[in-house]
Design a protein around this ligand. Structure first.
Ligand SMILES: Nc1ncnc2c1ncn2[C@@H]1O[C@H](COP(=O)(O)OP(=O)(O)OP(=O)(O)O)[C@@H](O)[C@H]1O
Ligand SMILES: [Mg+2]
Length: 337
């Protein structure tokens, strides 16, 4: 990893519910380097979007950040804890330093306002550009995402789904942020358009040098477009490694299960296994490892002892008690005909 752009330390986010306090994000720490794409994966409800909203400080009650620091590198490379920013300071910081493409991005555009106003609104609110300059910047942004600037006065419904997605990405780029959080940026699109958009995002990242937190269910896309990947389970980060390594040499049975439950397009034929059992009830957390009830390798220590994320190999972390350097979990490979 390069020098960190953002460094998240021991982040905890809770939801206050009628049944009690649910800790949806528990003691999560990771860094994203300058210009790095960090992928965050894990099954539905594991806490990915909660992290994204907390980082942007766009979480709403009943969610609250109960612990943690989030350091963000400024122009001079100094790391400042953005959790200490006042609401006013955060409003200035948001979009100009860190922006987000939301999970339901296609609905993020206001249907009754022409897109020119949606662009100029963001630009004029955060910079001292006048309307004319903001429109010029909006035209430039449209071109960046390969949409003709003469479409600027159109309404969202006049664009295809893929184009709307690109518009939302263009708005996220408007103020040249250093980090863009993308929460399922292409999930609603067909696979061909998905790939086109991710290639576009990647090319823009290369050109402008921002970092990306990339959240998706699609592991093959994630491996293709990320530098490093963090796997979450039940509110915790359970494994972090390079994109090349994490599914090939997993050090956590859950990651192994994830890797075994989707077909590889290019690798050897392998048995699709899946992960039996259900996600944990966050109101009923067991002592020890959170994956114990579903784990094929469970041992006594997993039921009794806490398991913080730890370094297993250089650039490879796992919270599995049983992980031993050099002994990654092997895939069951089928004999090819
Ligand atoms: N408003 C809320 N009130 C109570 N609990 C919530 C609320 N929003 C989310 N949660 C809980 O927080 C946990 C994490 O949810 P989150 O949306 O972050 O998951 P996710 O990993 O983004 O899932 P997905 O892949 O489906 O988008 C879940 O258990 C969810 O039930
Ligand atoms: Mg989500």
């Amino acid at each position: 990893m390069t020098t960190p752009q953002i460094s998240i330390r021991n982040l905890c986010v809770d939801y206050i519910t009628a049944d009690g306090d649910v800790r949806a994000v528990n003691d999560v720490s990771f860094d994203i380097g300058k210009g790095e794409v960090f992928g965050l994966a894990g099954e539905s409800g594991c806490g990915k979007s909660t992290i994204a909203f907390a980082l942007m400080r766009l979480h709403k009650p009943p969610a609250f950040i109960s612990a943690g620091e989030v350091y963000f590198a400024d122009e001079n490379g100094k790391m400042n804890d953005i959790m200490q920013l006042s609401d006013g300071e955060m409003t200035v910081f948001r979009w100009s330093q860190m922006s987000m493409v939301f999970q339901s991005a296609m609905n993020a555009l206001n249907p009754v306002i022409p897109i020119v106003d949606q662009f100029t609104d963001v630009i004029m609110r955060h910079t001292d550009k006048n309307k004319y300059e903001a429109v010029k910047r909006a035209e430039q942004l449209l071109q960046i995402v390969d949409i003709h600037p003469n479409r600027l006065s159109d309404y969202p419904h006049q664009f295809s789904g893929g184009m709307r997605q690109r518009l939302v990405i263009a708005i996220a780029l408007a103020l040249n942020p250093k980090l863009i959080i993308m929460d399922e940026p292409t999930t609603a699109l067909d696979v061909v358009v998905q790939r086109e958009i991710l290639q576009k995002i990647y090319a823009l990242k290369e050109e402008f040098g921002f970092s990306i937190l990339f959240i998706t269910h699609d592991l093959s896309l994630m491996v293709e477009f990320s530098d490093r990947i963090g796997i979450m389970y039940s509110g915790q980060l359970i494994e972090v490694a390079s994109a090349q390594d994490i599914l090939k040499n997993p050090y956590h049975p859950y990651t192994h299960g994830l890797g075994s439950s989707f077909p590889s397009l290019t690798g050897p034929k392998a048995a699709l296994i899946g992960i039996p059992g259900n996600p944990l009830n966050l109101l009923d957390i067991p002592t020890g490892c959170r994956f114990q009830a579903r784990c094929p390798r469970v041992e006594e220590v997993c039921r009794t002892t806490a398991n913080p994320l730890r370094q297993i190999e250089a650039n490879h972390m796992s919270n599995c008690h049983l992980a031993v350097a050099g002994e990654a979990i092997k895939f069951v490979e089928l004999e090819t005909a």
